[in-house]
Design a protein around this ligand. Structure first.
Ligand SMILES: [Zn+2]
Ligand SMILES: [Zn+2]
Length: 303
């Protein structure tokens, strides 16, 4: 039997978020209903609301969330009623070609992120006879939502929901951009443009990966201050003033590579490996010693 739940929806690009009651279906096979305790506001949500990113409307916002499973559909094995869970903005079915080859960020089940439609072609949110998709087939800006069991991960009961919710998108996007996509190694110099939600976690990832210099460029003083808390070794208000420092610390080589977080596209991390040889051929910033981070994100965060 369906239920009513409160949700923040956006009816069309440019319309403000609107809090309203919507109808929520029961979970079907391999789906669970989650009662959310916390949600994060990612810049992707803002992009969607402003019409800067493609999305089916109307939409229930939110793809960062943590809560408690209070109902499960047929065949659900990953979680059970009462489990504390955090959402993942990209599902991982575990059995498709990509999941089975270690590329869960490309899981086939993530294909409906921009429509909120379930694989059977139906929707779980409804309002006045109209179907609403949840962003990334989640919709964490609702008190309750029905989501795929492949889109949630069980967490320990003592992890605070407001902290867990951030791991749905911003933390892994930033961390992964530095640690996995850029492959930051001990001794690297890493430059991170933008120290918002994604960038702050790129800072932490780079520092934990052993970078010698973690350089942050952000025009906002507060973000530069917080970047130092997260592990930045130097901060600059703009790229021009950071340039000389990066030239000096990389012996003129600058970037060996560059990575931009997918659709979130707000953080740009450059990892430079200083060399004892002469600078490599090719345009500046594209030499063979460099690397960049490209987060496997379907959704962005800035801030
Ligand atoms: Zn998969
Ligand atoms: Zn996001």
């Amino acid at each position: 039997m369906s239920m009513t739940t409160r949700a923040a929806i956006c009816r069309k690009p440019g319309s403000p978020w609107e809090s309203t009651d919507v109808e929520l279906d029961e979970p079907k096979a391999n789906e669970v209903r989650v009662r959310f305790h916390a949600a994060g506001l990612c810049h992707s949500d803002d992009h969607i609301q402003k019409g800067d990113a493609a999305m089916r409307f109307p939409v229930v916002g939110g793809h960062e969330g943590a809560g408690v499973v209070d109902a499960v559909g047929e065949g659900v094995t990953r979680v059970a009623v009462g489990d504390h869970v955090v959402c993942s903005f990209i599902p991982a079915c575990g059995s498709c070609r990509y999941c089975s080859t270690g590329r869960q960020n490309l899981c086939d089940a993530g294909k409906n992120a921009s429509t909120g439609m379930f694989p059977d072609g139906t929707f779980r949110f409804h309002l006045d006879g109209e179907d609403l998709g949840g962003l990334c087939v989640l919709g964490t800006f609702a008190e309750s939502a029905v989501i795929s069991e492949f889109s949630c991960i069980k967490i320990d009961d003592d992890i605070p929901f407001d902290v867990a919710a951030l791991v749905s998108c911003g933390v892994p996007t930033g961390w992964g951009s530095a640690v996995h996509a850029a492959g930051v190694r001990a001794g690297d110099t890493v430059v991170i443009y933008g120290a918002g939600g994604v960038g702050s976690n790129a800072v932490q990832g780079a520092r934990m990966a052993g970078a010698k210099n973690v350089v942050v460029v952000d025009p906002v003083a507060f973000k530069r201050e917080m970047a130092e808390v997260f592990g930045a070794t130097r901060t600059f208000a703009d790229a021009a003033t950071a340039h000389d420092f990066v030239v000096e610390t990389t012996w003129g080589e600058l970037a060996c590579s560059a990575r931009t977080p997918g659709s979130c596209a707000v953080t740009w991390s450059i990892s430079c490996r200083a060399r004892t040889t002469s600078p490599p051929p090719g345009p500046r910033g594209s030499g063979p010693g460099g690397c960049c981070c490209d987060t496997p994100s379907a959704t962005p965060r800035s801030g």
